[in-house]
Write a protein that binds this ligand. Sequence first.
Ligand code: GDP
Ligand code: MG
Length: 679
Amino acid sequence: MAQKGGLEKLRNIGIMAHIDAGKTTLTERILYYTGKTYKMGEVHEGTAIMDWMPEEQERGITITSAVTTCAWKNGVINIIDTPGHVDFTIEVERSLRVLDGAIAVFCAVGGVEPQSETVWRQSDKYKVPKLAFINKMDRVGADFRGTVRQMKEKLKARPVLLQLPWGMESDFKGVIDLVEMKAVQWLDSTLGAEFEVSEIPSELAEEALEERERLLESVAEVDDDLMERYLAEEEIPTRDLLQSIRRATVELKLVPVLCGSALKNKGVQPLLDAVNQFLPSPMESWPVAGVNPNTGETEKRRANPHDPLCALCFKVMNEEGRKLCYVRIYSGRMEAGGEVFNASKENKEKIARLLRMHSNKRERIQEALAGDIIGVIGLKNTATGDTLTDFDHPLNLEPISSYEPVISVAVEPKTAGDQERLQLCLNKLAEEDPTFRVKTDEDTGQTLISGMGELHLEILVHRLQREFKVDANVGKPQVVYRETVTREAQGEEVFDRELSGQHHFAGIRVEVRPAPRGEGNRAESLLDAETVPAEWIEAALSGAKEAFYSGPVMGYPVTDLNVVVLSGNFKEGQTSAMAVHVAAAMAVREACKAADPVLLEPIMEVEALVPEEFVGDVIGNLNSRKGRILQITAKAGASIILAEAPLSRMFGYSTDLRSASQGRATFSMRFSHHDVRTQ
Ligand code: GDP
Ligand code: MG
């Protein structure tokens, strides 16, 4: 279906909004006008279709989908749900990668909120073209111009007005279209499905002419072709103007601004037109890059259905006991009944079904092509963040290290009988969220959960209670350290044992070396492939990799380690793959012990938005936490402080920041890198 009009008619978009700006209401209206829902849902009635964030469930809204496909005029729009929480940086970044363009919704009363700044900056970094929709024009205190000004000041955006509001607050009627130079008014009787286009009312005529001039000027400034014609005072045909706006939007030079009131059913259809007209198709999107696991080289993939398959699983959900993976295809094609290679897990997977996800139904499809976003059933081992490819063209789109959890807590059920259920529910949550891990401490028997930060774990425990009705006691957060070595060393071990009447013998010699920080682990073999069976070489490498799980200092995972299997001692008839595996693991452990191993601790990147009068205090507090200030950028009335600090010193930071700034500073924190622990 997405291919019916060709790839160029497809739009993969997200809706970015600060909480309460009207994202749910707007999505509802979009689904209504695109004809996919029969009854218009109201947030307050609890019938909205797309939502599944917990706070909205609390308000009684049903969950469905991480992506919803709808058709508008001759295009197809996939709306991808973007995570509501900016603290889950990886989730936000992944969703930005999955979409090709976005609608940023602002509340005309609240303007640009600090949290929106963070997401906006990220979307710029990932080169996501945007439209702005200034919502709630019907509310008392709605300030269209003020919000546009804040977009310039706070977001450093170049907004260009395509519309003016017609009326304000309770008098808000519709919009003045500055491209067509018409007035548009919506009919309440049809819930805004119908609208009337008329001449611009005389009281707005002058302002509209001025703004039209400014529109031409703004576009001309970033479009040479238009600039020449503009300076020559040529009449610019609408078609050419639209094309210039599109080019500038796709190249992130301008952000077209529209306005309306989702709640009052005004302004939604022109926004959909703008999605079709100005946001890029998958073909115009930047090519994705990943690492070929066989060569370690970076490779790019373009939206071409005839190229090898490359797709990203960006969300896993369990629905009625069935696992549903949401997948974006970047290149190549997928077929129902076919096989794919999970390059992240290095195994083959079968595709049982491919589904196009509409808001009210799912449609089984036979095939999906580059550019598409679909639901897949049948992928047993695939988790969020995994890359799916052809067997012969593996690629990893996401660095594995981005999932390393940095903090852990012990959890136990409040009622003893809940232990099994707790485990089950935690495992379900872990499958949906690759940054969340569950394990049992072998020494104490405690259940440990680990994740990306204090808040991350808090929210998961909350979900456990809310969605699964399991109450749990939670221990104190602990830092998850890593281990590495600081010099080269060799180790040799022999495994020689009789097991169930069968002799198992192997001797393995290895060398370990520190790798540059952040590089991860690597194992290679110098065993002679001519004389040593491939199965034993495999076993030596898998044994070496097993040793990465638990380091010599305190048993934390090992990182940034290069292992070379140097030589082997094998005996005809006695050497088995099992013996080679165990000998290699033991040899690596011995070598690590001799290579001056150290603990590595997670260093976090902290970004705080602080009103001027509190900057001194906030910096002082960061210093006392061994923070290193990297950068201070002044913004209107506030500063953005960028700093690095060890996670172990950042516990309880949100409380400190709140009291140091009378609750006015906000911050986000993410894992940056590991560094040798100092103390
Ligand atoms: P979200 O948190 O961004 O998903 O926002 P919601 O769609 O849940 O809307 C938050 C609140 O604002 C709800 O009470 C909506 O009814 C209300 N709302 C949404 N859009 C508008 C609008 O255009 N005008 C007014 N007055 N209220 C709106
Ligand atoms: Mg919402």
